[in-house]
Design a protein around this ligand. Structure first.
Ligand SMILES: NC(=O)C1=CN([C@@H]2O[C@H](COP(=O)(O)OP(=O)(O)OC[C@H]3O[C@@H](n4cnc5c(N)ncnc54)[C@H](OP(=O)(O)O)[C@@H]3O)[C@@H](O)[C@H]2O)C=CC1
Ligand SMILES: CC(=O)N[C@@H](CCC(=O)OP(=O)(O)O)C(=O)O
Length: 400
């Protein structure tokens, strides 16, 4: 890796075009700027002005900071050496401090939340968009084009706009942006994410389901028919907005299926599996709401392809994920539990022989707010900006 040292350099705002000199990291902001010319992708080439406010080199805008995924982004960035939050937005909570909305974050030095319409993006290099679907597309359409964006909503995940409108029951008004979006299931789409300006972060259920199934489908080890998916989620998956259905007295001491035969994650799951199969796959998917705060578990029933054994599935998953930091295939016979990934960016999975010959049972667990949302979003932005993918994500699970 060679280095080139410049004295007080300043570029116009914007990005070096791809293929130009690749600048992987900027250090010693201010009078002397040292560029490391290396493999990683380009950083924003804004004027390298040292300023008290920008203690960290990448300035992050957090839209929807007063929600669960927004708060989770703040928690993760507390341990990120290069990303610092310079803008936070809220809707009903605009004008409030983060510490007053989330007292567990009072130790963080954060800007007061403002409404999106009052947001100033000139002090921002990249944005996490943690807003409800529908709202998101309108807001992202209006963002300055210099920003790198990771959208946690569903607005840009489905390539087929008509399918989005059918399943989300609302018009999609950003089809041009949709064409630009890259679906950010990190371990599967890493190369596309690297060069993306807009990443559509996957939903929590689709993440927990595609991570085990995509490698098995690509390796032609399981049949495309009769894929049955039974998933469970903690209540934080529904967001912080007060809803009667999510009251303690409505949730505690019981579980129930919801979105039966018509959950809006079906098209997202089928899009990912069909891409892996290069042919259309339909699945049976039933989510369940559990009396717990965090956690997501998927139990998936599949048919083995002709002549394929459980060992073949196990070895394929081992090979697919042996070099991955955040996806772990457990030892044979160990059942994945949400307790063991809580608060972390891990996905634990395993595969078991069904009593019914020729079938397998696959189990996958994640934390819906981390690998299912904010953790994967940070993993993606690290890649988009040329930082080590695991930066700010090495939290071990919180157990018990
Ligand atoms: N929770 C989860 O496990 C997962 C969530 N997601 C997706 O991530 C996104 C955020 O989810 P989550 O954090 O749980 O949601 P929350 O409901 O907890 O937070 C929503 C945020 O958006 C703000 N907001 C709501 N409406 C508007 C509006 N009209 N204009 C501007 N801001 C608005 C809210 O502000 P205020 O608080 O002031 O009202 C709040 O900051 C959603 O699209 C969700 O589907 C994806 C994967 C998993
Ligand atoms: C428990 C619960 O309500 N979970 C949400 C999924 C959260 C999520 O992943 O939403 P997006 O796809 O919009 O990002 C649901 O089932 O709608």
């Amino acid at each position: 890796m060679s280095t080139a040292t410049f004295n007080s350099i300043c570029f116009n705002q914007g990005y070096l075009r791809k293929g130009a000199v690749k600048i992987s990291k900027v250090k010693n902001r201010g009078q002397r700027v040292k560029f490391y010319v290396g493999e990683a992708s380009v950083l924003s080439t804004k004027c390298m002005q040292s300023s008290e406010k920008n203690k960290k080199e990448v300035r992050i805008g957090l839209l929807g900071a007063s929600g669960y995924t927004g708060a989770e982004i703040v928690r993760l960035l507390a341990n990120h050496p290069y990303f610092g939050i310079t803008l936070m937005t809220a809707d009903r909570k605009a004008g409030q401090s983060m510490g007053s909305v989330f007292p567990h974050l009072i130790t963080q030095d954060l800007p007061t939340m403002v409404s999106v319409k009052d947001a100033d993006f000139s002090s921002v290099d990249a944005v996490f968009c943690c807003l409800p679907h529908g709202t998101t597309q309108e807001i992202i359409k209006g963002l300055p084009c210099h920003l790198k964006i990771v959208d946690l909503s569903a607005d840009f995940r489905l390539r087929d706009i008509a399918e989005y409108e059918e399943w989300y029951g609302q018009p999609h008004s950003a089809s041009e942006l949709q064409k630009e979006a890259v679906y950010g299931l990190t371990e599967i789409s890493r190369e596309d994410v690297k060069n993306a300006r807009l990443v559509a972060n996957p939903g929590c259920y689709p993440t927990s389901i595609q991570l085990p199934l995509v490698p098995l489908i690509k390796a032609k080890l399981i049949e495309h028919r009769n894929i049955i998916i039974d998933s469970k989620s903690g209540v934080s998956g529904a967001g912080r907005g007060a809803k009667e259905a999510n009251l303690y007295s409505e949730i505690a001491e019981g579980i129930y299926s919801y979105g039966v035969t018509k959950h809006r994650h079906v098209p997202e799951i089928e899009q990912g599996l069909s891409d892996a199969a290069q042919s259309k796959i339909n699945v049976s998917f039933t989510p369940h709401l559990m009396p717990m705060i965090r956690g997501m578990q998927s139990t998936i029933y599949v048919e083995l392809s002709q002549g394929v054994t459980i060992e073949d599935l196990y070895q394929q998953l081992r090979k697919s994920y042996e070099d991955e930091e955040f996806v772990k295939l457990l030892d044979k016979g160990v059942v994945p539990r949400t307790h063991n990934v809580r608060g972390s960016n891990y996905c634990f999975m395993n595969v078991f022989p069904d009593r019914i010959p020729g079938r397998a049972i696959i189990i996958s667990v994640i934390d819906n707010l981390v690998k299912g949302a904010s953790g994967q979003a940070l993993q993606n932005l690290n890649i988009m900006l040329g930082y080590p993918e695991n930066t700010g994500l090495l939290y071990q699970p919180l157990f018990p």
